[in-house]
Design a protein around this ligand. Structure first.
Ligand code: FES
Ligand code: FES
Length: 173
């Protein structure tokens, strides 16, 4: 039996107001109890850079950063974003690591149809923030939860390694 007061418990069919930081800005959203963070981002807030691939935690197209950890937003309840700090692909627009990475993605042919690219970029930027000079094995490990049907992964791993090297060499925008 829950000790939470009846009024405080989330209820099916009722909208719940949550507050969080999204890409550095304080936001609020009205969300349903079964809504995912991905649905909230795309359908409530209108940030469509985060992609819906499988909806089951298998493809990584929906990767975002929540309180410093990379997360499949399709598996996270929107309600659980309350009080948290979220970063999406849109939030990387001014990020120096992401800028070097995006240049490397283009240079190495790591973007083809582009569907996986936002999730890959979020994951790779997170990797470079936590491990600035990854080798190819570390780059492949970082993206093992992100599926790509086009590139064969090699080009993406090469781009991530090259971005780390460029950043280490001070080759920043
Ligand atoms: S849409 Fe979330 S992992 Fe595929
Ligand atoms: S570039 Fe097409 S799925 Fe990765």
């Amino acid at each position: 039996m829950s000790l939470e007061p009846e009024a405080a418990r989330p209820r099916e069919g009722r909208a719940h107001e949550i507050r969080f930081t999204l890409n550095g800005v304080q936001r609020s959203a009205s969300v349903g109890i079964t809504m995912s963070a991905l649905q909230m981002l795309r359908d409530v807030i209108g940030l469509t850079g985060t992609k819906y691939g499988c909806g089951e935690g298998e493809c990584g197209a929906c990767t975002i950063i929540v309180d410093g950890l990379s997360v499949n937003s399709c598996l996270l309840f929107a309600l659980d974003c309350d009080g948290r700090e979220l970063t999406t692909i849109e939030g990387l627009a001014g990020d120096a690591r992401a800028k070097v990475l995006s240049q490397a993605f283009v240079e190495y042919g790591a973007v083809q149809c582009g569907f996986c690219t936002p999730g890959m970029m979020v994951q790779a930027t997170h990797l470079l923030a936590t491990q600035p000079h990854p080798d190819a094995a570390a780059a492949k490990r970082a993206i093992e939860g992100n599926l790509c049907r086009c590139t064969g992964y090699q080009k993406i791993a090469q781009a991530i390694v090259a971005a780390g090297q460029a950043l280490a060499a001070g080759d920043q925008p």
